[in-house]
Write a protein that binds this ligand. Structure first.
Ligand SMILES: [Zn+2]
Length: 389
């Protein structure tokens, strides 16, 4: 495995460590310094409604889940276990899926056309949502059957079993997830790429990844054992310096196996959070929830599946800032490695990249806390500091 030499003489200075940016801590986020008022305004017009829709969708999901639970409690506790379980699974899947359909339809047919984009055909849209719904149903279904099955084995230690399921589920999703992108995207191997010299001995394939969505110039590193760098068709039309910068960034993720590290951390942290929450729920709190709902049974009854699902969501949200922090560090390192590998990329090209991919140019602080990437302004500032040496 080739490592990038960090102390290339080209960039060394007399006071090397004074201004060397850290991988772990952010450089200042000052969007006004990098983007015009018009660009910031356009970004806000595009991104703010999307964010509002996401918050509304989550609220709707929460309300539906609560309604589902109220409905489930109307079922007698002595009705067959399978019936209670199926009802629980249906409540969770429907309350997740329905608001998703509405939010996606709004995005595809109202929001995007306003910006002059041609929406997906109704058939493709329906197929996509159908696949997501079925995947959700089988995922939640399998998890719930295993979970409640283990509960009868583990008794009050059920939360321990739940922790193991979350780890296994996270790992499985991480390994299988990228393979699924082959189903929703057209992948085409690139034979003669201008990027091979950048890969310098790394065992990696390059593919073009086309989708029906509206993707700007972008790339991603995927794979588990055999790594693949996928680029969007829009990237191939970009300036060659920008292409090389983006690909060199992805190659850093490949070299450092960032995806695998993130996956391990994700699974471990989620399991920890769930075990913590679960042990609380299994004890007095669980009894309190059941008492409060003035019903019979225990939290281990499948009619309480919405409560358990909500606990999983809470656990995932709790650990997200830590995972996002780690991910931003990986992104900074990849930006630094790209700089070492291909040298400085012109400001205008980097600015263009962020403007055309229509990311939020000035996200509020809480969004940045949950973001997998440093803000555009931060990445531009980092590039400037790197070129200063
Ligand atoms: Zn990256």
């Amino acid at each position: 495995m080739t490592m990038i030499e960090r102390s290339s003489p080209k960039h060394s200075t007399s006071s090397p460590d004074m201004s060397k940016p850290s991988v772990w801590w952010p450089v200042p986020h000052r969007p006004r310094q990098w983007f015009s008022a018009d660009e910031l305004q356009a970004s806000k017009r595009y991104n703010r409604p999307v964010r509002r829709a996401a918050v509304l969708r989550s609220l709707a999901q929460f309300c539906l889940l609560t309604l589902g639970m109220a409905a489930l409690l109307q079922i007698d506790a002595d009705v067959s276990w399978w019936f209670r379980l199926s009802a629980g699974i249906s409540a969770v899947v429907v309350s997740w899926w329905l608001p998703t359909v509405i939010a996606d339809a709004w995005f595809e047919y109202r929001h995007e056309p306003r910006l002059g984009h041609r929406p997906l055909s109704a058939r493709k849209f329906a197929v996509g949502l159908g696949v997501a719904g079925l995947a959700g149903l089988s995922g939640v279904g399998a998890a719930a059957v295993l979970f409640y099955g283990s509960m009868s084995l583990l008794g009050s230690m059920w939360w321990f079993g739940a922790g193991i399921f979350v780890v296994a589920g996270s790992l499985l999703l991480g390994v299988v997830g990228p393979a699924l992108s082959g189903l929703t995207h057209q992948l085409q191997p690139m034979r003669h790429t201008p990027y091979l010299t950048l890969a310098r001995g790394l065992d990696v394939d390059f593919v073009v990844m086309a989708s029906d969505g509206h993707e700007g110039p972008n790339a991603m590193a995927m794979g588990w054992r055999r790594m693949v760098v996928a680029v969007t068709p829009a990237l191939l039309e970009a300036d060659i310096e920008l292409q090389e910068h983006v690909v060199a960034h992805e190659l850093s993720h490949v070299r450092h196996r960032d995806a695998a590290t993130a996956l391990m951390f994700n699974a471990a942290l989620e399991a920890l959070a769930l075990v913590g929450l679960g042990s609380v729920l299994a004890g007095r709190w669980g009894t309190a929830v059941v008492d409060w709902l003035e019903t019979e049974g225990s939290i281990g009854d499948p009619r309480f599946l919405p409560v358990v699902a909500l606990s999983v969501v809470v656990a995932v949200v709790m650990v997200r800032p830590f995972l996002a922090w780690l991910s931003r560090a990986h992104e900074r390192r990849a930006d630094m490695d790209a700089y070492e590998l291909v040298g400085p990329t012109p400001d205008w090209a980097l600015r263009q990249l962020h403007v055309t991919t229509r990311g939020d140019l000035d996200p509020p602080r809480w969004v940045r806390l949950f973001s997998s990437h440093p803000s555009a302004a931060e990445r531009l500032e980092l590039a400037k500091r790197l070129s200063r040496g």
